[in-house]
Design a binder for this molecule. Sequence first.
Ligand code: 5AD
Ligand code: SF4
Length: 440
Amino acid sequence: MAEAKKLFIKTYGCQMNVYDSERMAEALGASGYQVTGMPEDADMILLNTCHIREKAAEKVYSELGRFKPLKAANPDLKIGVAGCVAQAEGAEIMRRQPLVDLVVGPQTYHRLPAMEAAVRAGARAVDTEFPEEDKFEHLPKGPRAKRAPAAFLTVQEGCDKFCAFCVVPYTRGAEVSRPVARLLAEAQGLVERGVREITLLGQNVNAYHGGGPEGGTWGLARLIRELAQLEGLERIRYTTSHPNDMEDDLIAAHGDEPRLMPYLHLPVQSGSDRILKAMNRKHTAEDYLRLIERLRAARPDLLLSGDFIVGFPGETDQDFEDTLALVREVGYGQAYSFKYSARPGTPAAERKGVDDAVASERLQRLQALLGQQQRAAQDAMVGRVVHVLFEKPGRIAGQMVGKSDYLHAVHVTDPRILRGDIRVVRITESGPNSLGGVLV
Ligand code: 5AD
Ligand code: SF4
């Protein structure tokens, strides 16, 4: 057998890109590629890119520049750009960077093997179409290797919401849900390969409405309840959700489906009704707070996470104070916050932005508050008993690291723990980025 070709993939952005990178590696596995962690060994380098903020997109060009010496040393090296920057700026990438051989948008990964063959034959290839067929159904399957205990599963992709700041409806296209039967089969396959926790992914995951096995459509709650029946699948999570799609049965599932983990990422972006309106979020701060109340009524220990944007065009000091007030009222266990970044092609990009120094100062204040809340939530775990799914060895000999039900990283030093174990752990300490504990 010929020696395997080597593939190096670097992934930016969201968890969906992580999932997609795995699928691309499998697809190219069928063309004889093996994944390597070292770009200098690679026959093919793929950057799976993110376009969500300007900084994320810029990284691609600087990273590509760094591959120049590698290509000089190995003229057979092929370089590809995948993901959302590829979708948004494919032609420009080809123009700006002659060393790029291949550009593939997020909806055409199933065509990668053919594109790879074309670039091997000396062509440059670009494919950023939005084809009708589901790429996941048409991806070649590589070797069925054993998997890490926690995996992602894309159930829905794209977005029809058109928040005024966001590129996703343009880079990932319209909302599409994968059929239930396919997802159950894929989840079953994951479990057979050692997976015990699945995070269901979608840009708007709770808007999931996939075709059911006997006709009709299923919502996310029904899908979760069905997945929870799979023997060996102990934990289910989902991300990212929109508040307007948080339906009654999904809220109820947080209360009565023990395999659905008590952690929810529910972005609100702003606490000001004026700004929410300008963002085209189609809900108020009050709507969001009432929703959180209902979720907490179903599952009192639910740990909440969110996303915030500061410095959105038109944001006043009062609007920003409203955001801080909402954050204080909710009490987040964890959150992400960003300075607004104008994205070409989005409605908000046409509007006059907030002064950059003001936006930076707001971001600092918001992050200080969110940091305090995160710290408090973490410290409050000390003394509590949680379940931890152990995923990998830690830095100290005999130490294993995993995730609690609440998605906190937890390390325990105990030789009895194996990768993939779910153990009952008493939390004994709270560090800067993780918790420590002992087996109960
Ligand atoms: N500028 C800043 N942050 C953004 N996000 C999305 N688009 C932008 C933008 N143009 C943030 C939102 C979203 C998260 C994934 O990224 O908070 O929820
Ligand atoms: Fe970034 Fe959005 Fe693309 Fe994910 S879907 S990689 S967050 S632009």
